[in-house]
Design a protein around this ligand. Structure first.
Ligand code: ADP
Ligand code: MG
Length: 367
């Protein structure tokens, strides 16, 4: 059972606490991604799991064993970094074999392990090359080879793709996913890139200022963000946020902003809430473009249309606040610049408390 458990994990540098008590249970074979803005404590958390940083408080368990005081080399984890730091004077085969040599494994064992790992990573034709003669993607694969060859219980990745160009990053992302399917090793992956998080993770852990904001499957977080932070962090473009007040309605609740109205789904918290300040979260892909004479439409002013091929982003403003709509271009008969409003189904509007930023209870979107 090579699961990883963090209980109340704290990191302090002197008097400054940067990770404030993290609880997380990673199941065996699970691929968990820690995502959050730069400086939120992702690397620090990962390095505490690897044993490269001391744990200030709390318990770390790997495979059922408390690891707080266990040396990095005895934790049976392997880490892949953004800076892959290969040995420049060694060829690919020797770079991959390095860790096994240190552990004094037999020559035959090393040769067969290196051959197997090279095959898995598509590095067999390059075993004699030095790192300088490899592409960025190939180098990153060698770095992964060094981790895989040790057959660790847990893989730790710290932004392994950040140094690659966009195209290669997409390609390597798919390779990492395939590799995980094939090897099934418990993995914890750190990135600031929400697309990587959405595509790779079984579960995403959203971090902010040394705390966990929300944990869940990618679509669960996308559809049901617990607060405005998660809502605006996941998704590209991010969720539109509109400040509004709950209005007195004719039975069904609605929200009002600058004279405009939007129907909301009935929620217990909206029962007696007229005048309450809320933030409406509206995903760019959940709105429908409205005809000019549609009565329930929300008016916007379009200022720019970006056509990306099969889809377009309509950059508009809603009472002076930026508002983005994402729409298909294929089969689109309208002139996108001429759009003057949208509609949205009430259950697709996510309602957050304006003060706390927390989603009001009772909203549950299913995939
Ligand atoms: P992330 O990986 O999410 O970008 P880090 O885990 O590297 O963030 O850093 C989290 C916080 O801890 C940051 O505010 C950073 O400045 C601080 N920090 C990291 N290392 C040290 C250190 N050695 N001494 C003091 N503060 C540090
Ligand atoms: Mg980092």
């Amino acid at each position: 059972m090579a699961g990883v458990r963090l209980e109340g994990i704290v990191k302090a540098y002197g008097a400054v606490e940067v990770v404030h008590g993290i609880d997380l249970e990673v199941q065996e074979k699970e691929f968990v991604v820690l995502v959050g803005p730069s400086g939120c404590g992702k690397s620090t958390t990962l390095r505490m799991i690897a044993g490269l940083e001391e744990i200030s408080a709390g318990h770390l368990t790997i495979d059922g064993r408390v690891m707080n005081r266990v040396a990095p080399k005895d934790r049976d984890v392997a880490m892949v970094f953004q800076n892959y730091a290969l040995y420049p004077h060694l060829n690919v085969a020797d770079n991959i074999a390095f860790g096994l040599r240190i552990r004094r494994e037999s020559k035959e064992r090393i040769a067969s392990s290196v051959a197997e790992v090279a095959e898995i990573l598509g590095l067999t034709p390059y075993l004699d090359r030095r790192p300088a003669d490899l592409s960025g993607g190939q180098r990153q694969r060698v770095a992964m080879g060094r981790a895989i060859v040790r057959r660790p219980k847990v893989f730790l990745f710290d932004e392994p793709l950040s140094n690659l160009d966009a195209k290669l990053r997409t390609q390597m992302r798919a390779e990492i996913k395939r590799l995980h399917k094939r090897l099934g090793v418990t993995s914890i992956y750190v990135t600031h890139d929400q697309v990587e998080a959405m595509t790779l993770a079984d579960r995403i852990v959203v971090m902010h200022d040394g705390r966990i904001e929300q944990i869940g499957a990618p679509m669960e977080l996308f559809l049901n963000p617990a607060n405005t932070f998660v809502a605006s962090f996941l998704g590209s473009p991010p969720m539109n946020m509109v400040k509004a007040r709950i209005a007195s309605g004719d039975g069904a609740p609605s929200a009002e902003f600058n004279g405009q109205r939007l129907r909301l789904q009935p929620l217990p918290a909206l029962g007696n809430a007229v005048g309450r300040e809320v933030i409406l979260g509206i995903r760019p892909e959940f709105v429908s473009i409205a005809e000019a004479d549609q009565p329930d439409r929300v008016a916007i002013e379009v200022d720019l249309v970006e056509t990306l091929g099969s889809e377009a982003l309509i950059h508009a403003s809603l009472m002076g606040q930026p508002f983005i709509i994402r729409t298909e271009t294929v089969g689109q008969k309208r002139v996108l610049d001429g759009i003057s409003g949208f509609t949205i189904a009430p259950h697709l509007v996510r309602v957050f408390d304006a003060k706390t930023g927390e989603a009001l209870p009772g909203q549950e979107l299913k995939q």
